[in-house]
Design a binder for this molecule. Structure first.
Ligand SMILES: Nc1ncnc2c1ncn2[C@@H]1O[C@H](COP(=O)(O)OP(=O)(O)OP(=O)(O)O)[C@@H](O)[C@H]1O
Length: 262
C-alpha cells in the first residue's frame, strides 16, 4: 500500500442470491484508495450498494472478489461502525456504552475512565452519563454511538447514515459536532448518506456510486476550506456548483429507483 493510504480497495465485487436462482449484483469492481485521516462520504441512489460496501469493509459481509487492505498501524481497532439507529446496548448506561469497547480490549480502569469522561463531555452528555438509552432522545443516542466509535480509536470509522433518522436541527448540530471531534481526533472516516448537503458539509471527497450494479461513477473533491460551519455552508460561493454537480451525477438513478419502488 502507498505511504499515506489508510484503506485500499481493489476489484471489489459482491452479488446476492435471490429466490428462484435470480441474483442481484450489488457492487461491481470497486477500486478506491482513501488517505489516512481523510473524510469520505458515499452517495448514490437507494439500493446502489452503499451499505454493502460499508459492511464488507467492516467485515460483516464477504466480497465475492477483490480485497480490502487497511493499514493497521495507528489505531486500537481496525474498524468501528455507527449505524443509522440504536446500535447502542439498551442494558448499559450512556457511559457504560462508551466504555464497552475499551473494557473488552482490557484497557486499564484509570485510562478507561479518563477516555469515557472525555468523550462523554465532548458530545455534551455529561448530565446524562448514567442514563439508559430509553431515557435518551434519538439525537442523544446517536451522540453515545459517535462517542463510543471515537473512543475505540479505530483505524477506519464507518458511518452508515448515522444521522438519517434525526430531525434537521439535531442533524445540523451533530454534523458540527462530528466535524469538531474529527478535527481533533483525526480518523479515516467513510460516511454513507442520502443527503447531498451532508456530503458537502463533511467530506474531503464524495464517492458517487451508480445504480445497480454499484460502480464508482465519479469521485468529487469538496474544495471548501476547513474549518467549516455547517449552517453557513450554503452561502459559500462553491456550494451551489458542488450541489448541482452531485445531483446531476445521481439524478437519473434516483428517479429510476423511486419509480421502481412505486
Ligand atoms: N442480504 C442480502 N440479501 C439479498 N440482497 C441483498 C442483501 N443485502 C443487500 N442486498 C441487495 O443489494 C443491493 C444493495 O443493497 P444496499 O443495502 O447495499 O444498498 P444501499 O445503497 O445501502 O441502499 P439504501 O440507500 O436504500 O440504504 C440491493 O439491491 C439490495 O436489495
Amino acid at each position: 500500500m502507498d505511504i499515506g493510504i489508510k484503506l485500499d480497495i481493489r476489484g471489489l465485487s459482491k452479488s446476492f442470491r435471490l429466490d428462484k436462482g435470480r441474483q442481484v449484483t450489488a457492487l461491481q469492481h470497486i477500486d478506491l484508495s482513501i488517505a489516512d485521516g481523510e473524510f469520505v462520504c458515499v452517495i448514490g441512489a437507494s439500493g446502489c450498494g452503499k451499505t454493502t460496501l460499508l459492511r464488507i469493509i467492516g467485515g460483516f459481509e464477504q466480497a465475492d472478489a477483490g480485497h480490502v487492505d487497511i493499514d493497521a498501524t495507528g489505531g486500537d481497532l481496525i474498524t468501528s461502525t455507527v449505524f443509522q439507529e440504536d446500535s447502542i446496548f439498551p442494558w448499559l448506561t450512556a457511559e457504560e456504552n462508551v466504555e464497552y469497547g475499551l473494557r473488552i480490549r482490557g484497557v486499564a480502569p484509570a485510562e478507561r475512565r479518563a477516555t469515557v469522561d472525555y468523550f462523554i463531555e465532548k458530545v455534551g452528555l455529561g448530565a446524562f452519563r448514567r442514563a439508559y438509552p430509553t431515557q435518551l432522545s434519538g439525537g442523544m443516542r446517536q451522540r453515545v454511538s459517535v462517542a463510543r466509535a471515537f473512543a475505540n480509536r479505530p483505524e477506519v470509522l464507518l458511518m452508515d447514515e448515522p444521522f438519517g433518522a434525526l430531525d434537521e436541527q439535531t442533524r445540523l448540530v451533530l454534523q458540527d459536532e462530528i466535524l469538531r471531534l474529527w478535527s481533533v481526533h483525526r480518523r479515516t472516516v467513510i460516511f454513507v448518506t442520502h443527503s447531498l448537503d451532508e456530503a458537502i458539509a463533511l467530506s474531503d471527497r464524495v464517492v458517487v456510486l451508480s445504480a445497480r450494479p454499484g460502480r464508482i461513477r465519479e469521485i468529487v473533491p469538496i474544495d471548501i476550506p476547513r474549518p467549516r460551519n455547517v449552517a453557513q455552508l450554503r452561502s459559500h460561493p462553491r456550494y451551489g456548483a458542488l450541489y448541482e454537480k452531485l445531483w446531476n451525477l445521481i439524478q437519473g438513478d434516483v428517479v429510476a429507483a423511486a419509480g421502481a419502488a412505486t
